[in-house]
Design a binder for this molecule. Sequence first.
Ligand code: C2O
Ligand code: CU
Ligand code: CU
Length: 473
Amino acid sequence: RRGFLGLMALAALAGCGTGAAGNTGSITFTNPLRIPPVLDPLPGADGVKRYPLALRPGETEFLPGQPARTWGINGSYLGPTLRARRGDRVAMAVTNLLPEASTLHWHGMRLPAAMDGGPHQMIAAGGTWTPAWTVDQPAATTWYHPHPHGVTAEHVYRGLAGMFIVDDEHSAELPHTYGVDDVPLIVQDKVFDADGQLKEDFGGTWGLLGDQVLVNGTHSPFFEVKASRTRFRILNGAGAHVFTIGFADNREFQVIASDAGLLPEPVTVDRVKVSPGERFEVVVDFRPGETVLLKGFDGDSVIEAGDYDLLELRAAATLAPSPALPATLAARPPVEPGPKTRTFKLGGSNINGRNMDPARIDEVVPAGAREVWEIDNITYDHNFHVHEVAFRILDIDGAEPPPHLRGPKDTVYVPGKTKVRLAVAFGRHTDATMPYMYHCHILKHEDKGMMGQFVIVEPGTEDSTPRTLSPTA
Ligand code: C2O
Ligand code: CU
Ligand code: CU
């Protein structure tokens, strides 16, 4: 079935014919995949990498001849790719040129809570926010996006998101030439009106569920493959849709990393399900001259985007040879759970029966703790993201997760009526008065208050830590 991507719209646009889903001949992929530019940090004598970022309105021509009003970071839609190495000192200057306040959250970064860019670090319209931290985590695909309480879905949908790649001393062992054999794929859904403007209808249970899927803000994209083995960093930057991604010819590929870093070894799959906020790094083998279609497939989630074409990959007649993937990746040891368990019951739009209260601390965690977090979804499909941490999925309804879900993560898909247990490793940046968030990453749910706050404190001070924040905190 050719359902979802709107062949009608495409056919009208491109004047092309029809065909079954996955027929690579049926669709015209007219637009070269946009590759977000890497933002080179400003040189500083002190060695600090400085990144100027401006949130601003703009216009983006997703559909030919129909510029849409969008928001972007240093551009009209999405933001530059940031890249830093473990050990780097980074300093951001985030200027808000939007007509309203927002924030910029570093999803997947392990950093002090005051630098996290959550709802407590609002940047007023016209203001500038200057967080700085030392990157101290293994190589991973992280990302950044706004987190203003109540309007995150709108701000991300309009275009505020970007990738932040962390490298470490092992990064050269894998394909790593950006835009050539190391390619970001930011997957997001949209609804366009008759004038090509982004429709904004965030009503209903899930918020906006788009009928067009863009990659890096590109409609009907193609990418010219130049290396026989190419790495793609897949990020679900959508508000609610789950994407089950694979190839039209059902070829297998290797998953090498999940949200928070490398898997112990490459895992062979033919599909990867990616819920909002999640990232998977995959490596795909190509034969010279072939064309293959990256697709979304129907899956078992009620928020599955369905069956649609994503990206046409056109392999060059001559491909640069790529070294074999290492049999074992430079993964760190798996997170071992500690004795303490906390339970989070996911309701329709609450956690443990409560909605987000910016003045309430829900959980107090000692620095460096290893805990079990049990995510008990008593309703329909959700997912669960925890700021600051890396976790490992221990089990899903008591069963061991599939191999590609055993690596380090920060966001997990939690199907309806399912219990997922996580072994969570917390960092050591303490601040009893500045919380981190945990929440459903379906942005409408987050906006409706399906979010809680935790602080990381000096071990032994958990019981004396105040559970309320002054309004100024
Ligand atoms: Cu990507 Cu709290 O979010
Ligand atoms: Cu986050
Ligand atoms: Cu949810």
